[in-house]
Ligand binder design. Structure first.
Ligand code: FEO
Length: 177
């Protein structure tokens, strides 16, 4: 049975993961509009992943006989100045999520809830991957700057992630685990 402070904090985390899904879907729409289908498909795959993060916690709350309570999700940003600006926002968002996971781990320890702490360790490792992946894409974008052909090459590379996700393969461009 989940204790109240953890149940409520885990519900907040479900909301944060769904907010991330919404943000990445909005970024996907922005990239589609910019004529960058590879970036768009990478963001769609990322949005799917955020959905699976939310559901992982959702199912955990149910397994512990807790109550899932969904909250509202604010409208996400819809426009960015450049692809790099969008990825910088994605990176900042991941850093924020990492902080939320750390806070949850601290709360689980405070409540002496080993099962929740154990479940959260998967997210601790996942956040390292997510931050590193976003950072690697920002680094590439910095290198190409305003170079159109360079941007299209990255677009093609990122598009391979969407294709690999769609076909169920594990090999994909700059894809977190
Ligand atoms: Fe689920 Fe990207 O944090």
């Amino acid at each position: 049975m989940l204790k109240e402070p953890l149940e409520s904090a885990l519900n907040d985390q479900i909301n944060a993961e769904l907010r991330a899904e919404y943000l990445y879907l909005s970024m996907a729409a922005y990239f589609e509009d910019e004529g960058l289908p590879g970036f768009a498909s990478w963001m769609r795959a990322q949005a799917d992943e955020e959905h699976s993060h939310a559901m992982r916690i959702y199912d955990y709350v149910l397994d512990r006989d807790g109550r899932v309570r969904l909250d509202g999700i604010d409208a996400p940003q819809t426009e960015w100045e450049t692809p790099q600006a969008a990825f910088e926002d994605a990176y900042d968002h991941e850093v924020k999520v990492s902080g939320l996971i750390d806070d949850l781990v601290a709360l689980a320890r405070e409540e002496n809830d080993n099962a929740t702490e154990n479940m959260l360790q998967w997210f601790v490792a996942e956040q390292v991957e997510e931050e590193a992946t976003a950072q690697a894409i920002i680094d590439k974008l910095r290198h190409v700057g305003d170079d159109g052909p360079g941007l299209l090459m990255i677009d093609q590379e990122l598009g391979e992630r969407g294709e690999a996700s769609g076909s169920g393969g594990d090999e994909a461009a700059m894809q977190p685990e």
